[in-house]
Design a protein around this ligand. Structure first.
Ligand code: CP
Ligand code: NVA
Length: 337
């Protein structure tokens, strides 16, 4: 019997494949229910968390994660309070431990986007209500549920699929893809310069999980080998939130050979799909994109505009699925069945 009620959602390593499967199936059900819902004021999902409230704490900016939590909460009749990167006492005047104890007295669940994974783990340790990781430097677990759902919707299964991640494989997205693939019996390849390979202890841990699930974990400096027969190619920005802007020059130099482009896809299966958690630098229509173009003459970074806008790109399905999967996490951990 699965026990998700009352649980934290901090990283996929804490969940079994069966539990992840349950959350994906629940998200599918909630997605179908929402699409079919009548707007007559009754709870869309037939269950009401009326009278319950959740806190949404963001120490870094967000579009998708914040909106996904807010819309999911609204659909479940949950109240929300948003605490912005500047707007709370957390860490500055009040410890994580005290914050957890205060918020647990008022809220039924807490979303937290911050820096080190240790912070969200500490918040969860001192909270008496479920804590959901909305992104840390090390992991982005709600994003991966959306990615798995999107892969399944487009390819029809997860087990046995080959997913290649190009870019900085040591950070939240690379780590999270590696863990998700290990858990779900998929073949993961981190494709980047050796300096960007994930932490060896995490690689070993994922390799041992993959041995059980029938998946595998590989690291490759060769785009040709790394993308060969891939079903899914994924990437992420080369400089993440909280990292210094001075890193751009080195990252562009190091990671440009690992840009997701037609060449990378030429090694993959013909029907392979493209994933990106977004936001993405695929043109110059952002402040940073324009600045990079001014400085380095590059108009597209981790993915070309052509791939981003192509049929194989399912990034907007992936973005929509953030909401359905986050709703599943909130629903299950708050005790909905
Ligand atoms: N993918 C993602 O987490 O997007 P936001 O930073 O906009 O929440
Ligand atoms: N690696 C990116 C992911 C954004 C969703 C970051 O941390 O900024």
């Amino acid at each position: 019997m699965l026990k998700l009620s009352g649980r934290d959602f901090l990283k996929l390593l804490d969940f079994t494949a069966e539990e992840i499967r349950y959350l994906l199936d629940l998200a599918k059900r909630l997605k179908a229910e929402k699409k079919a819902a009548r707007s007559d004021g009754r709870p869309i999902h037939g269950v009401s968390f009326q009278g319950k409230n959740i806190a949404l704490i963001f120490e870094k900016n967000s579009t998708r994660t914040r909106c996904a939590f807010e819309v999911a909460a609204r659909d479940l009749n949950l109240g929300t309070t948003f605490l912005s990167p500047e707007g709370s006492q957390i860490g500055k005047k009040e410890s994580i431990e005290d914050t957890a104890r205060v918020l647990s007295r008022m809220y039924d669940g807490i979303e937290y986007r911050g820096f080190e994974q240790a912070k969200v783990e500490e918040l969860a340790r001192f909270s008496s209500v479920p804590v959901w990781n909305g992104l840390s430097n090390e992991f982005h677990p709600t994003q991966l549920l959306a990615d798995l759902l999107t892969i399944e919707e487009h390819i029809g299964r997860l087990k046995g699929l080959r997913l290649s991640y190009l870019g900085d494989a040591r950070y939240n997205m690379g780590n999270s893809y590696m863990v998700a693939c290990a858990k779900m019996g998929m073949h993961y390849t981190a494709c980047c310069p050796e300096e960007y390979f994930p932490d060896i202890e995490l690689v070993k841990q994922c390799q041992s999980i993959a041995e059980e699930s029938g998946g595998s974990i590989s690291l490759s400096e060769s785009v040709e080998k790394g993308c060969r027969n891939a079903d899914v190619i994924a990437t992420d920005v080369w400089v993440s939130m909280g990292e210094p802007a001075e890193l751009w020059q080195k990252r562009i130099y190091d990671l440009m050979p690992y840009q997701v482009n037609e060449k990378a896809f030429s090694y993959a299966k013909p029907e392979a799909i493209f994933l990106h958690c977004l936001p993405s630098f695929h043109n110059t229509r952002t402040e940073i994109g324009a600045e990079i173009y001014e400085k380095y003459g590059i108009s597209e970074m981790e993915v070309t505009d052509r791939i981003f806008e192509s049929e194989r790109s399912v990034v907007f399905d992936e973005a929509e699925n953030r909401m359905h999967t986050i709703k599943a996490v909130v629903y299950a951990t708050l005790g909905g069945i």
